[in-house]
Design a protein around this ligand. Structure first.
Ligand SMILES: C[S@@+](CC[C@H](N)C(=O)[O-])C[C@H]1O[C@@H](n2cnc3c(N)ncnc32)[C@H](O)[C@@H]1O
Length: 249
């Protein structure tokens, strides 16, 4: 899913996303001496959080995106990347914090893979450690089904912009959601590039996510709205963030 031109343009397409506020919230909610970022993409949370002696490990199953992250941090001795699934990550353990941000959970399409994801993350945490992930809120998506959208994103480069059209197909019986996207890239008003990409999601029921967190020895400390981290998530919040603690045995 995350390949080719999507990886090439990823950071600029999302440069308006408030990674700084997300990173600040992560910083306030957890200890960050040794952190694992599952589905780290191009490493923007790591970039915002890495300072002092903190150690970061970023993993992602898509090789092009992890290569892009690795290049950015090639001179940083405290940041390591690996192209793998979390169940395959055996190099390190005893993390204070695991983060998995920007719908990574929704890119997991089968129940067995989702179980393995929660089980592996729990095993990698120290007792009392923190797991923070965000996702689509099934209650909100079922009430207000995803619609066709067209939006303009202004580039961080002078004179650049993108026109992005997104056509979602959502099956409320299974929670499967496919998003076909078309991106037109403009510079000084002229179209200079274009590409299509498809993202597949599974909108997991909220109570199923809650069950899995608890099944794998974690406790939900709170679930907050992505639009206001001080606010408890409501049924209308389309995106929500879970803060979970590994139970001390
Ligand atoms: C929307 S991107 C988010 C990347 C990054 N966390 C961020 O906030 O920019 C979703 C990421 O999840 C990764 N991903 C897809 N399936 C995954 C899986 N089963 N386990 C972990 N990561 C996955 C993708 O390769 C992609 O990098």
């Amino acid at each position: 899913m995350y390949k080719g031109k999507l990886v090439k343009y990823y950071d600029d397409l999302y440069h308006n996303k408030d990674y700084i506020a997300e990173s600040k919230f992560i910083e306030e909610s957890s200890k960050l001496n040794k952190v694992l970022d599952v589905g780290c993409g191009t490493g923007t949370h790591i970039k915002n959080l890495c300072k002092d002696e903190r150690m970061f490990f970023g993993i992602d199953p898509e090789n092009e995106i992890i290569e892009k992250a690795s290049i950015k941090f090639k001179d940083n001795p405290n940041v390591f990347f690996k192209n793998c699934h979390v169940s395959e990550f055996t190099e390190e353990s005893s993390f204070d914090t695991v983060i998995s941000m920007f719908n990574v959970v929704n890119h997991i399409l089968s129940e067995s893979d989702l179980e393995l994801y929660f089980k592996s993350i729990s095993e990698l945490l120290v007792n009392g450690g923190t797991f923070i992930f965000d996702c689509f809120n099934s209650n909100a998506v079922i009430n207000d089904k995803p619609k066709v959208t067209m939006k303009e994103v202004v580039s961080s480069a002078v004179g650049g912009s993108y026109m992005i059209s997104c056509t979602p197909v959502f099956d409320s019986d299974t929670g499967y959601m496919k998003m076909d996207n078309n991106v037109r890239v403009f510079h000084l008003g002229a179209e200079v590039d274009r590409f299509d990409y498809t993202l597949e999601h599974r909108i997991w029921l909220l109570h199923f996510l809650e069950e899995l967190v608890e099944k794998y020895s974690m406790r939900i400390e709170k679930i907050v709205s992505n639009f206001d981290y001080n606010k408890k998530a409501s049924n209308n919040d389309y995106k929500i963030t879970f803060i979970c603690k590994k139970e001390t045995k």
